[in-house]
Design a protein around this ligand. Structure first.
Ligand code: OOG
Ligand code: NI
Length: 331
């Protein structure tokens, strides 16, 4: 799975360590995600029923608190240890977030599995710039990361077990964070749990390989897509309800859409039980780079396609867990 750096050179680091161990960890992270998020589970089943068991994950995403060692590095270390390569940084000043993505190492042999057994996914990890938050919000975040002690060293384990490394917060603390940053509130109650998996649509075999068809298929089956950013920046404005959920990069080559997150009931430490946003599922179509547009279709590999992420798209996708999207009516 060769990938290209910005200067066009190949980044092709080899996989390091035990592949079956690595895939078991991914499978445990995925199991936690599927158990908590019935929409994601059901959409994967629907897609699989049309597309003969072959689903490739474009990327997995995680959220972190950028403080006391709990930031991006805490989760990235696990992937770096198995040969992943750090790539570009993305900044979201209004949301007080930054993100990094990591490209997967190449495998010595790959015999065509599906999901976490398939081609290794990219990894997208973001962090809240905690120092830029209000004093009150910082106090809450610092309190829980301090309680957690060395928990940041066990980010992957925490994600695979579906267990927070810190104690459960008070409901009032969750609410205070939510008013200032829905990302912060999400991370306080979900910790290192997988935020979303992304289906690589162009690697599907059926008509669903076209992300617009997949969006229609999803909505026809009664699921709600994140409608944030209905006006496509730098693109023609499309008023069709299905397509308004699509984010397109300025070069027109990275197309992404996502569902609205599921909610789970969460028992706060003060005895309050409230529903909180959990995870969502995303779809990404990476189009063929202009210099490879004449390649015969069956020769097209992943590295011939648009790589990486896009700030404008990501900014809208972050809203998949926002209250505004969760309470919106479908359609
Ligand atoms: C990540 C949102 C961005 C993408 O693919 O650009 C993203 C998040 O919600 O934590 O997933
Ligand atoms: Ni994503």
């Amino acid at each position: 799975s060769a990938s290209k750096a910005d200067d066009g050179s190949q980044i092709d680091s080899p996989f390091q360590g035990g592949e079956s161990f690595f895939r078991s960890v991914l499978a445990s992270m995925e199991a936690v995600y599927l158990n908590r998020n019935p929409t994601a589970k059901s959409i994967l089943e629907h897609v699989r029923s049309v597309d003969n068991d072959q689903i490739c994950y474009d990327h997995l995403a995680f959220r972190t608190f950028g403080v006391n060692g709990y930031g991006i590095d805490s989760m990235a270390n696990f992937f770096l240890d198995f040969g992943y390569t750090q790539r570009e940084e993305l900044r979201f000043p209004a949301k007080k977030l930054k993100a990094l993505w990591f490209s997967p190492p190449s495998l010595p042999v790959f015999d065509g599995g599906s999901g976490v057994g398939g081609p290794l996914p990219r990894i997208f990890i973001s962090e809240l710039l905690v120092d830029e938050m209000s004093q009150q919000a910082q106090e809450i975040i610092r309190k829980y990361t301090q309680i957690s002690g060395s928990g940041y060293k066990h980010a992957a384990l925490s994600s695979a077990l579906g267990s927070l490394t810190w104690e459960k917060p008070l409901y009032s603390e969750f609410q205070l964070l939510a008013r200032e940053s829905e990302y912060a509130a999400w991370t306080l109650v979900n910790g290192y749990a997988v935020n979303h998996v992304t289906i690589s649509t162009h690697r599907l075999k059926s008509h669903l390989r076209d992300i617009k068809s997949l969006n229609q298929f999803i909505e026809k089956n009664g699921f709600k897509l994140n409608s944030e950013g209905g006006v496509l920046k730098g693109m023609v404005q499309i008023t069709n309800n299905f397509i308004s959920s699509l984010s397109v990069s300025p070069d027109g080559l990275l197309l992404q859409s996502s569902t609205v997150a599921d909610s789970v009931s969460f028992s706060f430490s003060d005895g309050v039980t409230e529903s909180v946003p959990c995870s969502y599922i995303e779809f990404a179509e990476r189009l063929i780079l202009p210099q490879f547009k004449d390649l015969p279709e069956k020769e097209v590999k992943e590295f011939h396609r648009r790589d990486g992420f896009e700030v404008g798209n990501a900014d809208k996708i972050f809203e998949s867990t926002s209250k505004g999207q969760l309470t919106r009516k479908a359609g």
